[in-house]
Design a protein around this ligand. Structure first.
Ligand code: PSV
Ligand code: MN
Length: 409
């Protein structure tokens, strides 16, 4: 007899109950999940070697919002869009806000751009020239105004600051300039806003990067104040760094502010989250789920995607990405953390590890299908999107354009 997913769900629910878990609670948590997708993930993008255009790729912020709204329509958990100010807000900000509201979408993190302009050749806030630092400051203050206007609560800072040659500049002088400059931005932050500080160990600077790891970002945030938190981009670490450990450390310190989800093989290569090392991603989510369950922690974390797909169809890639994140969260919710703690305390190493592996290997698809059905969605978002005709429509209506719209263009 062919089981439909409801039957499979009943079997899974029974298994989860036997694992000591509350299935209804798991479903509630899955329904409350929110993922922010990046406006720049809907536009043509590429590398420094070239940009491959896709018919139908979004060129304006309105088209990017339309596409993001499709991702939300079919997944039900992607209601927010991150904006990159220079790439997106060339238009009337008020009109953008209104358009997002009409689509039932929210504008999420506001990302200043202090790396593209010629004046930033030697850095932004770390630049030896005070006039350039002033310009970076003014841009960030302007971004704060935009954030207030569009109702966003997150200013997300990533700096390309660094040097290419030993001796090019003084590390400590740059550190102090950075602290002073971001201190000024922080001073202008409204009480209901968070400043996220993202680090990256190299690129575009190839010798040193001023904020190269989570420890530096942590120290800077500590100096800034309680509204500054660290943003972890999964592509921004050296090979072998234990990301789940640093995530747990930051969570415990109340200093984890947000994520940029993606995956990498070599460096910051923007691959689909979970596509290269799904077990690592699961272990990260296990720490996040554990923190949610800990009443002593304030785990206010923004979950954002930072992927620009140069080759995959963009909207489908984003739906696939959101589904991978949802699936990984669901798997992490199937760990009985009380039983895990008992095994850890008893020194039952194999049992403890097996509990994580069992959760990772759990097929949560029937659970997710039921959750979607209960949310009024199609159980299979990708198939439903493909059948909707939206892709064909934008390919005809928009065609292939020369207009720049995001990263690498
Ligand atoms: C830098 O590599 C980065 O991760 C920052 O978050 C930028 O805002 C983003 O990529 C642009 O894609
Ligand atoms: Mn990022």
């Amino acid at each position: 007899m062919a089981y439909d997913f409801h039957t499979e769900y009943e079997i899974l629910a029974e298994k989860l109950r036997a694992r000591g878990l509350e299935v209804e609670q798991i479903k509630q948590r899955l329904k409350a999940q929110e993922i922010e997708t990046p406006s720049w993930g809907y536009a043509d993008s590429g590398t420094r070697f070239g940009v491959f255009k896709q018919p139908g790729a979004a060129a304006t912020i309105f088209e990017k919002l339309d596409d993001a709204a499709q991702v939300h329509k079919f997944t039900g958990i992607a209601p927010k869009v991150a904006l990159h100010v220079l790439w997106d807000l060339t238009e009337d900000v008020e009109a953008v806000k209104q358009y997002a509201a009409e689509l039932g979408m929210r504008l999420g993190s506001i990302n200043p751009n202090v790396f593209q302009d010629q004046c930033y050749k030697y850095g932004s806030f770390c630049n030896p020239d005070p006039a350039v630092r002033q310009r970076a400051l003014e841009h960030c203050l302007e971004c704060l105004e935009i954030a207030k206007q569009v109702g966003s609560h997150v200013l997300s800072i990533w700096l390309a600051d660094g040097t290419n040659y030993p001796g090019q500049d003084d590390f400590r002088a740059r550190k102090n300039r950075l602290q002073e400059g971001l201190g000024r931005v922080y001073a202008a932050l409204p009480a209901d806003m968070t400043m996220l500080v993202e680090y990256k160990f190299f690129e575009p600077a190839f010798y040193h990067t001023d904020l190269s790891d989570w420890g530096m970002a942590y120290v800077l945030c500590k100096h800034l104040g309680p509204q500054a938190k660290v943003l972890v981009d999964l592509g921004h670490h050296a090979q072998g760094v234990n990301i789940e450990h640093l995530v747990a450390f930051l969570l415990d310190e109340g200093m984890l502010g947000g994520f940029h989800f993606n995956n990498r093989k070599y460096a910051d290569d923007d691959l689909t989250v979970g596509s290269i090392n799904p077990y690592e991603f699961f272990l990260i989510y296990h720490e996040l789920a554990a923190a949610e369950e800990d009443p002593h922690l304030d785990a206010q974390v923004e979950y954002m995607v930072d992927q620009s797909h140069n080759l995959k169809p963009k909207i489908e890639a984003m739906i696939q990405t959101v589904m991978v994140i949802q699936e990984t969260y669901a798997k992490a919710l199937t760990v009985n953390r009380r039983a895990l703690r008992e095994a850890q305390e008893a020194g039952a190493l194999i049992d403890a590890e097996c509990m994580l592996q069992e959760a990772f290997n759990t097929n949560v698809t029937p659970l997710l299908k039921v959750v979607r059905e209960e949310m009024g969605l199609d159980p299979d978002p990708l198939a439903a999107y493909r059948a909707s005709g939206y892709q064909q429509k934008i390919e005809v209506e928009r065609g292939e354009r020369e207009v720049a719209g995001g990263l690498g263009v």
